[in-house]
Design a binder for this molecule. Structure first.
Ligand code: XIL
Length: 449
């Protein structure tokens, strides 16, 4: 039986709709900042001002729409000697952000850490301390008036049990230092959103409830407060199940919420399984923010493992950020992309077109298997390659496949085998080896040369 004309037409319309709307199998994701903008969210990174050139600068500009100075605006950085100021790095970051259409979170005005010695070691009456604090705020906030979107005015005011942390400020001025600081900041820049920022306040717990009660009371008293920052220095496998609920309860107070310092650290070495789990957790954190209208966005505390505070602060842990030490995006990068509604399938461009990355695929008593991948972006290719690195802990390369390697002391140099020297545009080559280790097996920084 012949189908009726209308059935044919309906079928054609359906087919046309399919052709127009069906996503292509590997639709390319735009940079993270474009995915975030489409969701009306910020995606930010902490940065080091002196590094904002070359590859580091390229990725910062391309992928992020918010920047936080990692250290440059802290009191100890800007006024190391009383009355002597250094704004070089802070200015550089604000200038960079403006040149690339990015917002800046000022970080941070009143904290117990990274203060100048003259302040920490001084003896001050409460009146002097209050004056020092409000003068500092007036000067620093005033310097960037109208240019910064937000300030972490007070950082880390609570202990884990929800009592106030005993600091220079609390000991001298009592809990009222917080209201004084916020009031001074509002006076210095009425347009900047003012935040209180803390860690271990991501889930519902004693500390986050203390923060909740504080900001609720400040608001009730008419003290200027616009938002809370949840730092989110997380440990792999310990993502709080109440994250979204906690964000929501702050939002319900009429406050903005920002994830301000996200990183997810793991015991080294980073394995494929850990990195895959890290991807899932990055995705979940971003999704929790996207789900709450008043969650303004997510900032990562450094976008590359080469610029992360974790290895220095938590020995034996690391690999906490979305890019590896060589600026190759890790699974976590794609977790952020999917969290922001992307497909998570497209690698972003690598610097100079091609890059190498190293991973420990497997590790046992005294041995391990290492893998190295050389990858080229569309438009870049190689006809031969050499990858070099320096082992940090006495590791030794043994059997090698798909490359030939030589090791002299700690220095390793590997060149392509006869069959895999050419890496086509958009393609990759991989080689592997078995090695020995003892004590620890840190991932070296590899260079493609
Ligand atoms: C860290 C920086 O990343 C390090 O470079 C520095 O040595 C110590 O401080 N909570 C914060 C951040 O609010 O300012 C801290 O930054 C990390 C913890």
């Amino acid at each position: 039986m012949r189908p009726s004309l209308s059935a044919v037409l309906t079928g054609m319309v359906a087919l046309a709709a399919l052709l127009v709307t069906a996503p292509t199998a590997h639709a390319a994701d735009p940079p993270l900042r474009d995915l975030a903008a489409a969701k009306n969210k910020a995606i930010g990174t902490a940065v080091t001002g002196s590094k904002l050139t070359g590859t580091y600068g390229e990725i910062t500009a391309r992928e992020f729409n918010w920047l936080t100075p990692g250290n440059a605006m802290k009191w100890g950085s800007v006024e190391p000697t009383r009355g002597t100021f250094d704004w070089t790095e802070a200015d550089r970051i604000v200038d960079f952000a403006e040149a690339h259409g990015q917002d800046v979170r000022g970080h941070t005005l009143v904290w117990h850490s990274q203060n100048p010695n003259w302040l920490t070691n001084g003896t001050w009456t409460p009146a002097q301390l209050s004056q020092l604090m409000t003068d500092h705020i007036a000067l620093e906030v005033g310097r960037y008036k109208g240019r910064l979107a937000a300030w972490d005015v007070v950082n880390e005011p609570f202990d884990e049990d929800g009592t106030y942390r005993e600091t220079l400020w609390y000991d001298g001025l009592g809990a009222d230092y917080i209201a004084q600081a916020l009031t001074a900041a509002r006076a210095a820049d009425p347009a900047a959103k003012l935040y209180i920022n803390d860690y271990n306040v991501e889930g519902v717990n004693a500390k986050s409830t203390a923060l909740y009660n504080l900001v609720r009371d400040l608001k009730a008293r008419g003290v200027p407060i616009d938002g809370v920052g949840l730092q989110a220095h997380l440990i792999l496998g310990q993502l709080p199940s109440t994250l979204q609920q906690n964000i929501q309860r702050f939002a319900d107070l009429g406050l903005d919420v920002a994830i301000t310092e996200l990183d997810i650290r793991m015991q080294l070495p980073a394995t494929a399984a850990k990195l895959a789990q890290q991807r899932t957790e990055y995705d979940a954190v971003v999704k929790a923010c996207v789900a709450v209208t008043r969650c303004t966005g997510v900032t990562v505390w450094g976008f590359t493992d080469s610029d992360s505070w974790i290895p220095d602060t938590f020995p034996g842990e690391g690999a906490a950020t979305p890019y590896d030490e060589n600026y190759v995006p890790k699974p976590a990068y794609y977790g952020i992309a999917t969290g922001l509604g992307g497909t998570g399938t497209t690698p972003p461009p690598t610097p100079n077109g091609c890059a190498a990355s190293y991973s420990v695929a497997n590790q046992w008593n005294s041995g391990f298997t290492g893998n190295v991948t050389i990858r080229c972006d569309a438009g870049s290719s190689l006809s031969s390659w050499r990858v070099t690195w320096t082992f940090g802990a006495g590791q030794q390369v043994g059997q090698v496949w798909n490359a030939s390697c030589a090791q002299t002391g700690a220095a390793v140099s590997c060149s392509n085998a006869s069959w895999n020297g050419s890496v086509p545009s958009g393609g990759s080559a991989t080689f592997g080896f078995n090695g020995t280790w003892s004590g620890s097996n840190p991932v070296p920084t590899v260079t493609l040369g």
